[in-house]
Design a protein around this ligand. Structure first.
Ligand code: HEM
Ligand code: HEM
Length: 187
């Protein structure tokens, strides 16, 4: 498998970006649920730090991923894919990219507004995006929580679509994003 796509399958780099992002989100969402429920103390502080560091990693990966996407565009969809499905796929991918930016940035704005530092694994301290402002902090916290449900809904539709392609339409759309699988055989 090459670093770049071969016109039929995603390349190794695009796959790595995709699956690393999935793994990070799968880790950070339960961390967020646990951390918000914990009583004040060092564990809570630790988990907030971890959640923020993983979220900033998602933001960085998404910037790099879009830059890479310009250099190595995705393979074309199957020729039999109807026009409405192409629009649905494009629209939902754009929406996923939007939340991959919006979630970390709103989180970062919220932490800045309540005057909590944002560091990346304690190694780099990120600048405050806004001046302390408790009302803005509350609004950002709420927006972050509401938007997390939008993420779950988009991912649910996205996974259902991937499974529909694999199980019902029996095309290459899922396997071409999976490492270690060849092209799907004939129908
Ligand atoms: C893809 C990235 C991210 C996802 C999917 C995500 C998801 C979540 C979720 C599901 C919650 C729990 C919301 C609730 O029910 O109250 C949460 C809380 C939180 N997140 Fe994130 N997050 C992301 C990135 C970030 C970043 C980068 C920061 C800060 C730099 C951040 C800061 C926070 C904070 C401070 C809370 C707690 C808010 C509260 O105390 O109610 N998040 N996040
Ligand atoms: C946090 C969860 C996920 C996020 C944020 C996410 C995000 C994305 C994005 C933005 C793309 C568009 C890639 C591009 O064209 O640039 C994509 C493609 C894709 N995703 Fe996901 N994804 C997630 C989970 C999953 C899961 C669990 C599966 C498998 C069941 C999956 C299967 C696919 C497939 C097959 C494609 C390629 C579609 C195509 O051929 O154009 N994704 N994903």
């Amino acid at each position: 498998m090459g670093a770049r796509g071969d016109g039929r399958r995603f390349g190794a780099v695009a796959m790595a970006f995709h699956w690393l992002t999935v793994a990070l989100i799968l880790a950070m969402v339960p961390i967020a649920w646990v951390m918000t429920d914990l009583p004040m103390g060092p564990d809570k502080f630790e988990l907030y730090g971890l959640h923020k560091s993983l979220g900033i990693t998602v933001l960085g990966l998404t910037v790099l991923r879009l830059a890479w996407r310009l250099a190595d565009p995705p393979p074309p969809w199957p020729p039999e894919m109807p026009r409405w499905e192409r629009w649905a796929a494009r629209g939902s991918h754009v929406a996923l990219y939007v939340v991959l930016f919006a979630m970390p940035i709103i989180g970062w704005v919220g932490s800045s507004a309540v005057n909590f530092p944002v560091t990346w694994f304690g190694l780099v301290t990120l600048p405050r995006l806004v001046d302390p402002d408790p009302a803005l902090g509350d609004a950002a916290e709420q927006a972050h929580a509401v938007l997390s449900y939008v993420v779950f809904a988009l991912v649910a539709v996205h996974v259902a679509a991937a499974l529909r392609h694999h199980v019902m339409l029996r095309d290459d759309v899922l396997t071409r994003m999976l490492p270690f699988t060849g092209r799907r055989g004939g129908r």
